[in-house]
Ligand binder design. Structure first.
Ligand code: NAP
Length: 274
């Protein structure tokens, strides 16, 4: 399943008020899509909508936002039903909501683990559940935004990596289940990307985590979103921008090498050599 043309398509972007979700919204507005974005904070939604409108391919495209917390299943059902009524049913759903708060395992509370699972696993589950009947009817497309931490566990990301691995499992099962229904699906696994969320992520990063992450480079959200759009056009299941693709192959075919490089970085920091 490929997305042949974005023009005139109704695109629902969860987490579209910032970072990678917003960059995808801006690109797709320029390709002629009608865009509705979802997030919790109204102010950022309003500002993002203006940025998205400024990129529109032509007049008479539709743009809207709705406040939504995807960790609340009843709210997701209600808000998505309203969106379908008011905006029209989705052809494409992009699930980009997420956050990372790296720390040592001993410092991560049960509440933080619970929050990560509710956001990255249950939250994406909730939006797909609410919109799948429409996506099936329209032979639509789903993108779940995961992370390189969906296939590699990294020092400092115990709750985040666990929840993104869970999202990987959900998305792979959906891939197999949705193929006969004509619904396409991709998993986007970005490396470090320079977004407002990444700025928050960096505030409390253990030095070992910084050292391990440095090798992967830093992408811009627009670059990641461009790779995403091209991946959807090709109907690629795994979309790995920048260093993510190489890391994916290394983890699959030479996992000892990934461990070796990460362990060496961590040892250097712990011996005070960095
Ligand atoms: N940036 C990176 O380095 C990086 C790397 C790999 C993967 N990723 C993944 O890429 C995705 C986007 O990250 P980003 O860096 O672009 O983040 P970002 O700039 O912080 O944007 C996150 C978006 O998600 C929304 N959101 C957060 N919690 C939500 C909730 N409970 N319900 C609904 N919306 C919610 C935020 O708005 P509100 O806060 O107002 O709700 C915002 O619109 C995430 O899934 C992240 O895990 C990011």
């Amino acid at each position: 399943m490929k997305v042949r043309d974005f023009d005139g398509k109704n695109v629902y972007i969860v987490g579209g008020s910032s970072g990678i979700g917003l960059a995808a919204a801006e690109i797709l507005a320029g390709r002629g899509s009608n865009i509705i974005i979802f997030a919790r904070g109204r102010e950022r939604l309003e500002e993002a909508l203006e940025r998205i409108k400024a990129r529109k391919k032509r007049d008479r495209l539709r743009f809207a936002y709705k406040q939504l917390d995807i960790t609340r299943p009843d709210e997701v059902e209600r808000v998505m039903a309203d969106a379908v009524d008011e905006f029209g049913p989705p052809d494409i759903l992009i699930n980009s909501a997420g956050r990372a708060l790296p720390d040592y395992f001993e410092n991560i509370s049960y509440e933080q683990l619970d929050g990560s699972m509710k956001l990255h696993l249950y939250g994406n589950w909730n939006t797909v559940r609410a919109l799948l009947p429409y996506l099936k009817e329209r032979h639509g497309y789903i993108v779940n935004v995961c992370s390189v931490l969906g296939f590699v566990g990294v020092f400092g990301y115990s709750d985040y990596a666990a929840s993104k691995h869970a999202l990987m499992g959900l998305t792979e099962s959906l891939k197999s289940e949705l193929k006969p229904c004509g619904v396409g699906i991709s998993i986007l696994c970005p490396p470090d990307t320079d977004t407002p969320g990444f700025e928050v992520e960096n505030r409390n990063k253990p030095p070992e985590t910084v050292a391990v992450s440095e090798g992967g480079g830093l992408m811009q959200p627009e670059e990641v979103a461009e790779v995403l759009v091209k991946g959807m056009e090709k109907g690629k299941y795994f979309i790995g921008p920048g260093s993510a693709r190489m890391l994916y192959l290394l983890k699959r075919y030479a996992p000892f090498l990934v461990d070796f490089v990460m362990d060496r970085q961590i040892r250097k920091v712990q011996k005070g050599n960095v």
